[in-house]
Design a protein around this ligand. Sequence first.
Ligand SMILES: C[S@@+](CC[C@H](N)C(=O)[O-])C[C@H]1O[C@@H](n2cnc3c(N)ncnc32)[C@H](O)[C@@H]1O
Length: 250
Amino acid sequence: MSERFYSDARLYDRLFPGGEPAVDFYRAEADRQGGRVLELGCGTGHKLIPIASDGHPCTGLELSSDMLTEAQRKADERAIAVEWVQGDMRDFDLGRTFDLVFVAANSLLHLHEAADLLRCFRSVRAHLAPGARFIFDVFNPNVRVLADADGVRRTRDALSFVDPDRGDVRVDVAETYDAAAQVTRGTWHFSADSEPDFLVAPLELRSIFPQELPLLLSLAGLRLVERFGDWSGRPFTGDAAIQLCVCESD
Ligand SMILES: C[S@@+](CC[C@H](N)C(=O)[O-])C[C@H]1O[C@@H](n2cnc3c(N)ncnc32)[C@H](O)[C@@H]1O
């Protein structure tokens, strides 16, 4: 449902150029673990290319061919070797294990059904070497924000950016929240002065509430060993923006 959102990988990178604390966090974890690294939903390699540049053997699994092509281009440009695999994190078999498996930047929230999350977690578990860690970050659902999702199209000034071809790009988003499915259904509008709505793309993200998360993991034979609320390692609390989860095999 969100494929179109990832159909212009360069635009995606311009929309979300930052995230250095997250890159630093996953880099440090790769250093700590040593050995092979696997990222699921690796996008254009925002985290994986820096980790590979530190000398770790890296594999990136990604559903979108557009995102993968851009990841490959960026890695080639820097002469950094990464194994890029087109695949679905809900069910994959790479035939070997890894010392760190991670899913960054809410990618897991593209799996809406509990059954899909379970299939993903079971696939992850099968790819964990002894002593390996599985780490992911997802947002912490904020009930006020979810309740405010009224379907009205609004400009998000903080997300505007400059595109070399189109000039200033404005981003408008209209969102509703489907409480039964726990899914926020958004429509993202990208507009330039000369080209209003040059891209209109749905983006649908599930909420994983704090109490269901360890249960889903345990059903797949994984244990939540630490949960942080930010990139500096502050313990998770109800008002935290993210759930940064560190897991091991049971
Ligand atoms: C928010 S982006 C994050 C990209 C990257 N991890 C980062 O930190 O910049 C989510 C990515 O997950 C990918 N994705 C969504 N569903 C997927 C699935 N079932 N299997 C593999 N990748 C998926 C999308 O195509 C997209 O590239």
